[in-house]
Design a protein around this ligand. Structure first.
Ligand code: FAD
Length: 828
């Protein structure tokens, strides 16, 4: 038993070690040195105190020196900085920061828990008076008093780690225009890029200006405002700047005294938390520890490990053997509307360690509800699980969602502690009732998915592998409902909904690999089983479905952020000119529905409305803002306003593209044009062939195609056989002179009295080029819209009965409206 124990640092690791030591040993003399004024404060709560969520400053002070003295008989010396460790004499040199007195204190055992400090990079202008870091109570007081004494409109956070993001959210709550500058291509380094994209979407949809792949070059402060020049050359003005670019270990004391440390300044300890000196222990942010999953070395600045290590060090000091089993890095943070949580290794880390996808590890995505979908208020948890390719051992998991996120990560973190595999997750029996979970919990679902992959029940493809697919070998099939495609679709995909798949098997080539996807992967799995059991040998399921694909594809530069109206002055004027309280509007409540539920409901509702009418939609899905904005762009409707009230996301839409207001300000939404439209004017075979080949190609790429047949082009659509209809003399003459149907068309050149035509048909047959009749059928099967121009029919005396089935009859307005949505309009 050690008689006199000194502890350096009085917060997470230090205070925890002190309290545990006393519980172990009533007689030890324990002195805890803390250079700051406070001990055991809630540093994790500081951002929320700035944002006003935590109202009382006192609530941050978990324990006072007086409490510790009274309850634990610990000599707490705040405002006392330890200057050096004299290992030879087993003494500390300490400075009383209030009196300036320097004194020595001897020890039998010493526990170091000095933590880490925020990095302050040497950027020109970094010492400007409106630039702060946040780490402790004095930092927080300084920020709070600056905010209260100045008029802050714009704030910038440099660094997109968890503290930076928590600060950004809280500053945003205060009503400031917030920017985040992040050097990497993603925020929240603990998760992978595609998962971080979910956060990017939500951060920007909260009106925050998120700058990725950019760093600060210099700060220029003038009259209360700092102009931030970025590496890209962009400039941002800010009244307040928070630097949150990482931490460095406070290891100077250890280094000066000759204790072993690593290159990053981390103190080396064994599994009892003992340093290279047998009488000195170290814990918390300052130590290098074993990484739990792969046994490597790491430094993880988190409160949980610091507290546990403090307890373990205290046990060992008191003669109770105890060992630390490594750090998994289990973490959780609130980022605007989402909770993000993870444990273990992410893919970035695995790649850095030289591990390879498919060779060493596999991973899967799941997007399941936190609780039964029919119970109000369910929300989606987006998860990525990584596991060993050979034995299914779980290597890490990441989750982003609204509710129940950390519960799932904690369950999996626990399974990992005991060597859990993907199979174990399938077996877990977890608590279930509709308000809390599902009979198949999202954790079980990850297990089932992993099992199917490992056991080869489902061949998979990941979003990043789609890029390398060629049309000759692969067909990508979207098995969602047609309306869901208005939210976007995978490039080059065709649409056959899972319910129609059995009736459309003939459209798919068994020699090709069929890549199936739906919104999340569930319907695609059903489709996979249908195809396999119908003789398709090569079928792959896109993991994570369109949800993961569209997360990856999300481009923050085109994000339709709330308040983005600030960007466009004309839109701002339009929005301001609308009397929101009194306009007549239809309403739709989609709360509780998950994507694509709200969008599908909007789609159904808007179909029943007239152009120019307003629709207000309420939803609880935080992805709704981004989804509805891109849906409006795709479908040619106008998103007027987005508003967040508590947990509700409210949007106001206007049916149609153009918005005209009382003061005649016009606002045009950008309609994303991907359709193809064609005027088929010619009735010549070669031109008809060309038009159908293009139409079928575009349809195969998932594009909506409209072919508008007019004048001679109408002959392509005529039936082969003569149809008895009533015609006047001129109409009969015209009818007799024109070719009746596709088989009678001539070539535009080298027809040579029919010889050229015969030669062409022979060559086409030899070269396996489909006949025009086959191409027309294919186009109809591919959903190509064929419209016969009623005006030309009238002029040429062609009657509806004479044309093939499955075509529409319409005027030029139909063509023009399809051309408006098209990025290519051809005249053939
Ligand atoms: P600390 O708790 O930082 O304590 C070290 C103490 O040692 C300091 O008070 C320092 O003043 C004192 N000290 C240093 N040198 C000397 C010296 N020479 N003499 C005397 N005293 C000295 N972690 C989470 O897990 N979850 C969260 O949500 C979370 N949020 C956070 C939010 C913020 C704003 C911050 C700043 C941190 C957050 N953390 C969070 C991290 C967590 O607080 C730290 O990992 C944890 O406090 C580390 O414990 P420690 O004992 O190593 O160091």
């Amino acid at each position: 038993m050690s008689n006199k124990v000194l502890i350096v640092g009085g917060v997470a690791g230090g205070a925890s070690a002190a309290a545990r030591l006393r519980r172990n040993d009533e007689n030890a003399e324990i002195i805890m040195f803390e250079k700051g004024e406070y001990i055991s404060f809630a540093n994790c709560g500081l951002p929320y105190f700035i944002g006003g969520v935590i109202e009382e400053r006192e609530s941050l002070l978990v324990e006072t020196p007086e409490d510790m003295r009274k309850r634990f008989k610990i000599d707490v010396r705040v405002n006392n900085e330890v200057l050096l460790i004299d290992r030879e004499n087993k003494e500390l040199e300490v400075k009383n920061l209030k009196t300036g007195e320097i004194y020595r204190e001897n020890y039998d055992k010493l526990i170091l828990s000095p933590g880490s400090s925020p990095l302050k990079p040497k950027i020109p202008g970094v010492d400007s008076p409106n630039i702060f870091t946040i780490w402790n109570i004095p930092d927080t007081d300084a920020i709070k008093s600056y905010i209260e004494s100045k008029e802050i409109k714009k704030a910038t956070v440099v660094g997109g780690g968890f503290i930076g993001l928590e600060m950004a959210e809280n500053l945003n709550k205060l009503g400031y225009e917030v920017s985040i500058i992040e050097l990497a291509d993603q925020v929240m380094d603990s998760i992978d890029y595609e998962m971080a994209q979910i956060l990017h979407k939500n951060i920007t949809s909260n009106g925050v200006n998120l700058k990725l792949n950019d760093g600060v070059k210099e700060f220029n402060y003038k009259d209360g405002v700092t102009e931030i020049t970025l590496n890209s050359g962009d400039k941002i003005d800010a009244d307040l700047i928070i630097l949150s670019v990482g931490v460095k270990a406070n290891s100077k004391l250890a280094e000066d005294s000759g204790l072993d440390i690593n290159q990053r300044g981390g103190i080396l300890v064994d599994n009892t938390m003992k340093t290279s000196d047998q009488d000195i222990y170290a814990v918390g942010d300052v130590v290098e520890v074993e990484e739990f999953v792969n046994g490597g070395k790491t430094m993880v600045p988190l409160a949980g490990p610091a507290n546990k290590q403090g307890r373990i060090a205290a046990n060992n000091v008191a003669g109770i053997e105890d060992t630390y089993k490594g750090t998994q890095g289990t973490s959780v943070a609130k980022v605007f509307d989402f909770t993000v949580s993870s444990t273990g290794l992410n893919e970035k880390k695995l790649k850095k360690l030289g591990e390879k996808y498919k060779e060493n590890y596999l991973f899967a995505y799941a997007h399941n509800n936190n609780h039964a979908g029919y119970y109000p208020g369910s929300s989606k948890i987006n998860m990525k699980i990584i596991f060993d390719k050979y034995d299914g051992r779980i290597l890490g998991v990441q989750a982003v969602g609204i509710d129940g996120v950390e519960k799932r990560v904690d369950v999996i973190a626990t399974a990992m502690r005991y060597g859990g595999t993907i199979y174990d997750l399938a077996d877990l029996e977890l608590a279930y009732a509709p308000p809390y979970g599902s009979a198949k919990d999202p954790v079980n679902m990850l297990g089932f998915l992993g099992e199917n992959i490992l056991d080869g029940k489902m061949d998979i493809i990941q979003w990043f592998e789609l890029e390398n697919l060629n049309d000759e070998e692969y067909t990508i099939v979207d098995v969602r409902e047609e309306e869901e495609r208005d939210l976007g679709f995978v490039k080059n995909s065709i649409n056959i909904s899972v319910d129609d798949l059995r009736n459309n098997l003939n459209k798919l080539d068994k020699n090709k690999t069929i890549v199936l996807y739906c919104a999340t992967g569930v319907r695609a799995y059903v489709a996979t089983r249908i195809l396999i059991q119908n003789g398709f040998a090569k079928v792959k399921n896109l993991l994570g479905g369109f949800t993961t694909y569209s997360d990856v594809e999300f481009d923050i530069s085109s994000s339709p952020i709330v308040g983005r109206s600030q960007k466009s002055e004309s839109k701002k004027e339009v929005v301001e000119s609308i009397d929101f309280d009194n306009i007549e509007k239809a309403t739709l409540n989609c709360s509780g529905l998950q994507c694509p539920g709200p969008i599908m409901k909007v789609y159904q509702k808007i179909k029943t409305m007239n152009d120019g009418e307003y629709l207000e939609v309420k939803a609880s899905d935080p992805g709704f803002f981004a989804d509805i904005a891109s849906w409006c762009q795709r479908t040619g409707n106008t998103l007027i306003k987005t508003e967040k009230k508590n947990k509700e996301f409210i949007v106001l839409l206007k049916k149609g593209v153009e918005v005209e207001t009382e003061d005649n300000v016009k606002m045009q939404n950008i309609v994303e044009k991907t359709d193809k439209s064609m005027v088929v004017f010619s009735g010549e075979l070669d031109k008809a062939l060309a038009s159908f080949i293009i139409a079928n190609g575009a349809a195969a790429m998932g594009r909506k195609v409209t072919m508008f047949f007019t004048f001679w082009g109408l002959n392509i659509l005529r039936k082969d056989e003569k149809v008895n209809v009533k015609k006047n003399f001129m109409e009969k003459m015209f009818g007799a002179m024109m070719p009746r149907g596709s088989k009678k068309l001539k070539l535009s050149k080298m027809n040579m009295g029919g010889m050229g035509l015969a030669m062409m048909k022979k060559i086409m047959k030899e070269k396996n080029v489909d006949s025009l009749e086959t191409l027309i059928k294919q186009a109809q099967n591919n959903g190509v819209r064929m419209v016969a121009c009623t005006m030309s029919m009238d002029v040429m005396g062609i009657k509806e009965e004479e044309l093939i089935d499955g075509i529409e009859y319409a005027g030029v307005a139909t063509f023009l409206s399809s051309a408006e949505k098209s990025d290519a309009s051809l005249f053939i």
